[in-house]
Design a protein around this ligand. Structure first.
Ligand SMILES: Cc1ncc(COP(=O)(O)O)c(C=O)c1O
Length: 427
């Protein structure tokens, strides 16, 4: 991730550089899909902040929820809750199938995944957790996924299998349509390496940070069947996909599985820190009986729960699922037009308002063009469009385009025009 990242020397003078670069634009104000820097320059935000501001920056309902929490309580002893915490748990339960009715509220997505993994280990009495290569589940140590090079050994029992990426098939088998052989091969490898202690599998419904990789239809039911055969639980990490991003309340509604654990975070807080681990009554009861402990300083804090309730209100009141589907369609149509115009765009893929654009030197070899990708990203910023390049490196260069769900059609069009112009300017 750190490769090619640039740090503004003034901004980062006393800051630890954490891997993704720091822009000279100091953001002094954010509203909806627009940011303003210290010089009053307007920037269109096509990343929803760090993929969290799905209902738009500083939505008045979020501001009101913060004020309400300030009137009430911001933080409590972990054995107390304010009214928003059970209310949010009830609200989530009402949105979810009966088997997902118990919530634990934490501060981040990584924490929510860690809690799910810990509960899976407690309830199964096993310790191995398997993930998808390139999947990102936070920086906590006990969950599988992307390699954390240079940080010493991973937690024993974490493994990963190839991700179903048909544009760059990890097992060199498919091209452009995944037939899920990678899943069979992956589980063969898991079986060969397991010590017989498989507890859970963790996956994102769309692998976002890995380059917006969309598993093919039928992938998740097959994955879940493989889990069941082995007595493993399924953890679905919906940090980015829950609450509208893909045009539905939850991505799992579209992929044909109900997980044993659902984790949500970024999009529940709308820009404030919250994470939640949701599971069944039976798993919760079993973990409780087996002595499950997971206390953090901010478990069940009232402030983020109040904000979470406001986010769910806005999701419903503004019909954001429908808007995300409609704006996603507009965005992907526009990106397809740009692909027809510019050789550097090798692939456009995604779902709803989560779109990925793969940058290549040559469409036949599909050699990634990270350098041009960075140049275009910079040219976009110079024209007032903030774009995020993910999966940079030897393997791929992909823009992840994900504006707030209530982005206006004219903002989508303006972003596409800027992108078109920026690509031309670097050609
Ligand atoms: C799918 C997914 N899960 C988990 C996380 C980790 O969330 P956090 O950074 O809040 O710990 C992220 C963050 O990018 C994510 O994209």
């Amino acid at each position: 991730m750190a490769e090619g990242a640039t740090y503004d020397p003034v901004v980062s003078k006393h800051l630890v550089r954490y891997g993704m670069g720091l822009s000279p634009h100091v953001i002094v104000k954010a509203r909806g899909a627009t940011l303003w820097d210290q010089h009053g320059r307007e920037i269109l935000d096509f990343t929803s902040g760090q993929m969290c501001a799905t209902i738009g920056h500083n939505h008045p309902r979020i501001v009101a929820a913060i004020e309400k929490a300030c009137e009430g309580a911001l933080h409590l002893y972990s054995g107390f809750v304010g009214p928003a915490v059970p209310a949010l748990a009830g609200r989530l339960a009402a949105m979810l199938p009966p088997s997902l009715s118990k919530s634990l509220f934490l501060s981040t997505g990584g924490e929510a995944n860690e809690a799910a993994a810990r509960m899976a280990r407690v309830t199964t009495g096993r310790y191995e957790i398997v993930g998808l290569n390139g999947g990102w589940h936070g920086v906590n140590g006990g969950i599988a996924g992307r390699h954390h090079v240079d940080y010493g050994p991973r937690k024993p029992g974490t493994m990963s299998i190839p991700a179903p990426h048909c544009y760059r098939c990890p097992i060199r088998h498919c091209r452009d349509a995944c037939d899920t052989t990678c899943l069979d091969v992956g589980f063969d490898m898991v079986d060969a390496q397991s010590s017989g202690s498989l507890a859970a599998f963790i996956a994102e419904p769309v692998l976002s940070s890995a380059g917006v990789i969309v598993p093919p239809p039928g992938y998740f039911p097959k994955l879940q069947a493989k889990c069941r055969e082995r007595g493993m639980l399924l953890i679905l990490d919906e940090a980015q996909t829950a609450f509208g991003r893909l045009g539905s309340n939850f991505a799992f509604e579209q992929i044909g599985v109900v997980p044993d654990f659902l984790t949500v975070s970024k999009t529940l807080g709308g820009g404030l820190a919250i994470g939640a681990t949701v599971t069944s009554e039976a798993i919760e009861q079993d973990c409780h009986e087996k002595g499950f402990v997971h206390v953090t300083s901010h478990v069940s804090d009232p402030l983020p729960a109040e904000v979470g309730l406001a986010v769910l209100d806005v999701l419903e009141e503004e019909g954001l699922n429908q808007r995300a589907a409609a704006m996603g369609e507009r965005l992907s149509r526009g990106l397809a037009t740009l692909k027809a115009r510019h050789e550097v765009i090798g692939d456009v893929r995604g779902h709803g308002l989560l779109q990925g654009v793969e940058l290549v030197k040559d469409r036949e070899t599909r050699a990634p063009d990270a350098e041009r990708g960075r140049a275009i990203t910079d040219a976009c910023m110079a024209r007032g469009l903030s774009m995020n390049i993910v999966a940079v490196g030897g393997m791929a260069a992909v823009w992840r385009i994900a504006p707030p769900l209530n982005v206006k059609p004219e903002e989508i069009d303006r972003g596409l025009e800027i992108l078109d112009d920026a690509i031309r300017s670097t050609g």
